[in-house]
Design a binder for this molecule. Structure first.
Ligand code: ZN
Length: 142
């Protein structure tokens, strides 16, 4: 079994609707994302001979993930999230909101990112998303 991995980081704010406690405030993280692709065999001919995938292809897909999340405010697309977004839209700042259909926890975001990479045709086997240097979620379908 071969696995290749690559990493990106992005700065993102999130809002956890329905959460009581310190993290109920809008706050941000320097997210660190490590993704892994796997393959039992290597490509046997052409441009990808001897590879699981081309790192430039892999890194390009991760760059697209980074652009989705970087410097965005991630809010769940529910009544509470929409009410918050409406209040922010009244302010002079141009809030760049990324609505998701889930509570934007590290767990849900890692699953979402896994599925985005899979939809791009990558042989993704694991995504690890760090919210802090010590806390991460690993999502895998194994
Ligand atoms: Zn947080």
């Amino acid at each position: 079994m071969f696995k290749i991995k690559s990493e990106i980081q992005f700065d993102t704010a999130h809002y956890l609707s329905g959460y009581k406690g310190k993290c109920s405030n809008i706050h941000g993280h320097r997210y660190r994302l490590i993704a892994k692709l796997k393959s039992e065999t290597l490509h046997e001919d052409g441009q990808l001979r001897g590879m699981v995938d081309d790192f430039s292809n892999f890194k390009g897909a991760l760059k697209e993930i980074e652009e989705i999340f970087d410097h965005k405010l991630v809010i769940e697309n529910n009544d509470e999230g929409k009410a918050l977004a409406r209040k922010l839209e009244d302010l002079p700042n141009n809030f760049d909101i990324y609505f998701v259909n889930y509570r934007p926890t590290a767990e849900e975001m890692s699953r979402d990112i896994f599925n985005m990479l899979k939809a791009k045709g990558l042989s993704v086997c694991e995504v690890e998303l760090f919210e802090t240097p010590n806390n991460s979620c690993i999502y895998t379908e194994d």
